[in-house]
Design a protein around this ligand. Structure first.
Ligand SMILES: NC(=O)c1ccc[n+]([C@@H]2O[C@H](COP(=O)([O-])OP(=O)(O)OC[C@H]3O[C@@H](n4cnc5c(N)ncnc54)[C@H](OP(=O)(O)O)[C@@H]3O)[C@@H](O)[C@H]2O)c1
Length: 246
């Protein structure tokens, strides 16, 4: 029986990079995303990959994922990657509950519910959870109330779950990327010029003097979950060119 991995937000960027690695290793891979046509495009690049529409924390869509693993994967899951998410930038002045809720649904409520629902599957394999957090959950920047608090919360949940699930043999770790070249800023609605300005500004904050590539993050994700590390749990691995310690 093949090993099995579920990656939320696997239709682009970091999640897609992780999916590609495990797909090439012959794993059964299930990815989710919000946009069906993006999922279909990935499915045509990687024939046999499983795809499902899932808006983080939507409980009816969550049920479909759980049913799929139960029915098609014999209730077994080796790795759950809580990666799907988007960014919101905005001032404290004028903050509205909806923008907090949107970030908390994507980065806290969704991952918590999904991990909870997958526990019985992970128990069977003594599996792993990888949370994709952010350097914004470590180092403070203005205009990031909703996103930074959500990612900081996910950092803490990594440690809470690691302790809670250790007796079951399930390990839980996190990777905290710094500014990485994906479509995340465009998806957040920034125009090309603003994206360029943000990129230039972020580069100046990174001691290693370059933005990250998806491969940088995928390599470290694999270091945590790829099978060679078996005695590490509750760890947050910053992958940010030194940004979070600068
Ligand atoms: N890129 C960076 O600089 C950076 C830095 C630190 C942390 N991160 C984190 O890394 C993760 C992946 O981001 P990325 O840079 O790879 O971005 P990306 O290329 O935009 O990919 C994001 C993925 O997550 C899905 N997604 C977005 N919001 C979602 C939601 N509310 N519910 C369910 N799925 C959702 C997207 O699906 P659709 O496209 O269909 O919406 C897509 O598959 C995110 O959690 C992000 O916060 C990124």
């Amino acid at each position: 029986m093949n090993n099995k991995i579920l990656i939320t937000g696997g239709s682009s960027g970091i999640g897609k990079g992780i999916a590609e690695h495990f797909y090439k290793q012959g794993w059964d891979v299930l990815i989710t995303g919000r946009n069906l046509s993006k999922l279909d495009a990935v499915a045509s690049e990687m024939p046999g990959i499983q795809t499902m529409v899932y808006h983080s924390s939507d409980e009816s869509e969550l049920v479909q994922i759980v049913d799929f693993i139960q029915d098609q994967w014999d209730g077994r899951l080796d790795i759950l990657v809580n990666n799907g998410g988007h960014v919101a930038i905005g001032a404290l002045d004028g903050l509205e509950a909806d923008s907090l809720l949107e970030m908390y649904r994507a980065h806290l409520i969704g991952p918590s519910l999904l991990t909870s629902k997958c526990l019985e599957f992970l128990k069977r394999t003594k599996g792993q959870v990888l949370n994709v957090t952010s350097s914004h959950g470590i180092k403070a920047y203005p205009q990031t109330t909703a996103y930074a608090s959500a990612k900081a919360g996910l950092n803490m949940l990594t440690r809470v779950w690691a302790l809670e699930l250790a007796p079951l043999g399930i390990r839980v770790n996190a990777i905290a990327p710094g500014p990485t070249n994906t479509g995340i800023l465009k998806a957040a609605g920034f125009d090309d010029q603003t994206v360029k300005e943000i990129h230039a500004h972020e580069k100046g904050e990174i001691p290693l003097n370059r933005r990250g590539e998806v491969a940088d993050v995928v390599e470290n994700a694999i270091a945590l979950i790829g099978g060679k590390t078996t005695w590490t749990t509750g760890v947050l691995l910053p992958t940010d060119g030194g940004m979070s310690i600068s």
